[in-house]
Design a protein around this ligand. Structure first.
Ligand SMILES: Cc1cc2nc3c(=O)[nH]c(=O)nc-3n(C[C@H](O)[C@H](O)[C@H](O)COP(=O)(O)OP(=O)(O)OC[C@H]3O[C@@H](n4cnc5c(N)ncnc54)[C@H](O)[C@@H]3O)c2cc1C
Length: 476
């Protein structure tokens, strides 16, 4: 029998685990996944708190990539619930459909604003017939598609909260996040005449019955059942690299649960942050690499969970709040996914804040954040002050790739450096600096495993994967 090749995967978020899962499925690889934390799942994990099972913000399983949902369905079978998607936008004290429909907006905004939105859109539509240049920023992209008034009312403040100053964002940020329909199609959808499709709006989604974290858990189980390993509390300290020109990583050294450990590798798939990986490959003092990677921009995530004495507060699973008077951009009620994820007479609302290192949100104490969050929820009319029983704050640094106007050139530089290592591949959201969802991580893992198993060289797989991820879209 052919000897199995050894693959070491760095990071046990859904990116690393998907690579491990699909590699294990080929039957050709001995898979070892190394995770720094004491738990698997990264941002797709769930955790227990006060008799609730909580996720890191609203997570749904949905995909428009052929085969991905079927693959997850096969892996998780009866562990998945199928839920109709319910999410809206909170505007001027009302809940309106999202994606937007002008008909619903009319009742909420009044005739004058409604007509302004309509004219703004018609103006951009007319300009489209003579326009020669593609949009040069997120702001330009959204104005062209929805008109300036709609951009200023909804998309600008929402993008500002989530990514910071939209005019300094690359148009790719909008392309990945907003359905790419243009011209007449947008207006027909805004008017509610043409329906959204599965490519632009999820009508249903899958959700693991025991919490989103059961999804990475199912992958871990498969890897272990087929003879692979998923090791926690691993501190990766050193990559042993062949002296030959190809610089292949032949082993990974560090500690596992505090004891020295070495893992041999024919291939390495990394889903850990690029800076951490670069320091391992080039050493901490390689200014050429660090210079290129440090320019890449990220946003931090703060999640404030508010617990209340009511069985359910919302009618939606999650709600976007573009208006600036609310510091958070989205609220999510965990028990809307499955009422069994918390006590019968209580609920938990998770509020998303995305921010920079220097922002008030990042520097505020947990108590200050909770106060602002509870005020916001009360002012919006979602809860009463005396219903609140407690709060919890979770912070994650550098979780969101922020595509600024120069990010494409910066990533070229980073990739040029890293591709000197001929048996290395990147995957995942932070690992590849690709703004994506878990279904994209599944697709990346599948693509890497299928092509490696066919005998393709990692450098070619990496090039092809770069092209593939450029088309990913996040569907709300
Ligand atoms: C608020 C929010 C809502 C979202 N909604 C959805 C949704 O509805 N649907 C969806 O599909 N996706 C959603 N996503 C996106 C999804 O969470 C990400 O696509 C996914 O978690 C990325 O997985 P990853 O493995 O690339 O990264 P991560 O989850 O960040 O995992 C990286 C792993 O690497 C480990 N690690 C880091 N450094 C090292 C090291 N030196 N050595 C070893 N291990 C290391 C980390 O501990 C972590 O476990 C959402 C994300 C957020 C934040």
């Amino acid at each position: 029998m052919e000897q199995k090749k050894k693959v070491v995967v760095l990071g046990a978020g859904i990116g690393g685990l998907s690579a491990g899962y699909f590699l294990a499925k080929t039957g050709k690889y001995e898979v070892t996944v190394l995770e720094k934390a004491p738990v698997i799942g990264g941002l797709c994990a769930s955790f227990e708190y006060n008799n609730f099972t909580l996720d890191y913000g609203a997570h749904k399983i949905y995909s428009v990539i052929p085969g991905v949902l079927a693959e997850i369905g096969t892996l998780m079978a009866d562990r998945l619930l199928t839920l109709p998607k319910k999410n809206r936008l909170f505007l001027r004290g009302h809940l309106v459909d999202y994606p937007l429909k002008l008909g619903n907006l009319a009742g909420v905004l009044g005739l004058a604003t409604f007509l302004k939105l309509g004219f703004g859109y018609a103006f951009e539509l007319a300009r489209g017939f003579v326009r020669r240049q593609p949009p040069d920023s997120y702001a330009g992209y959204m104005i062209q598609r929805f008109g300036r008034p709609a951009y200023e009312l909804v998309f600008e403040p929402l993008a500002d909260k989530v990514w910071g100053e939209p005019s300094s964002l690359h148009p790719e940020m909008a392309r990945a996040r907003v359905p790419a329909s243009g011209g007449m199609e947008v207006i027909l959808k805004l008017l509610g005449i043409k329906k959204e499709t599965a490519e632009t709006n999820a009508e249903f989604f899958y959700y693991p019955e025991k919490g989103f974290g059961d999804f990475p858990e199912a992958m871990k189980e498969y890897i272990e059942e087929t003879g692979g390993r998923v090791l926690l509390n691993v501190d990766v300290r050193e990559l042993v690299q062949a002296v030959q020109a190809d610089g292949k990583i032949t082993a990974i050294r560090g500690t596992a649960d505090g004891s020295p450990a070495e893992f041999e590798s024919d291939y390495v798939v990394s889903s850990i942050p690029l800076t951490s990986l670069g320091c391992l490959v080039f050493g901490e003092k390689d200014m050429a690499f660090l210079g290129s990677v440090e320019d890449l921009q990220f946003r931090h995530l703060v999640l404030v969970y508010v617990f209340a004495n009511r069985s359910l507060v919302l009618e939606d699973q999650w709600i976007f709040l573009p208006e600036r008077e609310y510091l958070f951009s989205r609220i999510f009620e965990q028990k809307q996914m499955n009422p069994d994820l918390g006590p019968a007479n209580q609920t938990a609302i998770c509020c998303d804040f995305t921010c920079d290192e220097d922002s008030w949100e990042w520097k505020a104490t947990d108590g200050e954040l909770a106060e602002k969050t509870i005020d916001g929820l009360v002012n919006a009319g979602f809860i009463e002050p005396d219903e609140v029983t407690g709060y919890l704050v979770k912070r994650t640094q550098n979780f969101y790739p922020r595509y600024d106007l120069g990010y494409v050139e910066k990533m070229h530089k980073v990739n040029r450096h890293l591709r000197v290592v001929k048996n290395l591949l990147l995957t995942g959201r932070i690992g590849m600096y690709n703004y994506n969802n878990s279904d994209h991580c599944v697709d990346m893992g599948r693509f890497i495993a299928d092509n490696l198993a066919k005998g393709d060289e990692p450098v070619n797989i990496w090039n092809d994967l770069d092209k593939r991820v450029a088309d990913y879209k996040i569907v709300d």
